[in-house]
Write a protein that binds this ligand. Structure first.
Ligand code: ADP
Ligand code: MG
Length: 201
């Protein structure tokens, strides 16, 4: 069964270099898995928004992406779809609300596929949780980059990025393109695709 699964995945991956985002009108125009497509349909998501249309293809191809588009434009799915296609095995979704017991987290964090957290908490685990290794991280997503920087977390992000493998893929999303966002992009992205969706007049 695992063999069949591997063949299905390989068939999708083989289509990555034929992605034609310009003409993609529906999510099914992208080579994403049946399960992901089914999930999107069930949630009534049929057509990608502009930021999704312009970034999903690059992200599937393994490229670093800086995506900027206003709040409400659909940036979450722009990174969740590529993330979900990377996960071929059991998923442990690990949400980190503020105030969760650090010890409880520390026991789970080393057998987790996705970590969603604030910069401060991630750096704390990097510093204090012995079993936590980020050395085989595949993908880093920095969402709300402008807000993270506005809140004074530039040094925290820089320290996190220094602890991560250079071979990773990085997606950075922001509602605005400030100078500090561009500085962060220079430090954390490698040869990125810049996608800036302008507000319609
Ligand atoms: P952003 O992060 O850019 O502020 P969100 O990802 O939070 O935007 O999405 C804003 C809203 O748009 C959400 O309610 C989401 O469910 C909806 N949305 C996102 N993508 C689509 C889509 N392809 N089709 C319809 N609605 C969508
Ligand atoms: Mg958002």
């Amino acid at each position: 069964e695992w063999q069949v699964e591997k063949e299905v995945i390989q068939r999708l991956v083989n289509k990555y270099n034929e992605i034609n985002a310009k003409d993609a009108e529906r999510f099914s125009d992208f080579p994403i898995s049946k399960n992901t497509l089914r999930g999107l349909m069930e949630a009534q998501y049929r057509q990608p928004t502009e930021i999704q249309r312009q970034t999903i293809g690059f992200a599937l191809q393994g490229k670093d992406v800086l995506g900027a588009a206003k709040t409400g434009s659909g940036k979450t799915l722009a990174f969740l779809i590529p993330v979900s296609t990377q996960l071929f095995s059991t998923v442990y979704l690990f949400l980190t609300p503020v105030g969760v017991d650090l010890k409880n987290e520390s026991e789970k964090i080393h057998r987790t596929n996705i970590i969603i957290c604030t910069p401060g908490r991630l750096l704390q685990h990097m510093d204090e949780t012995a079993a936590f290794h980020a050395s085989d991280l595949h993908m880093l997503v920095l969402d709300e980059a402008d807000r993270i920087l506005d809140m004074g977390f530039a040094d925290t992000i820089n320290a996190i990025v220094e602890n991560l493998p250079k071979t990773r893929q990085t997606l950075l999303f922001s509602a605005t393109q400030t100078k500090s966002v561009k500085d962060l992009a220079r430090l954390s992205l490698k040869d990125p695709e810049y996608v800036w969706v302008h507000e319609k007049a």
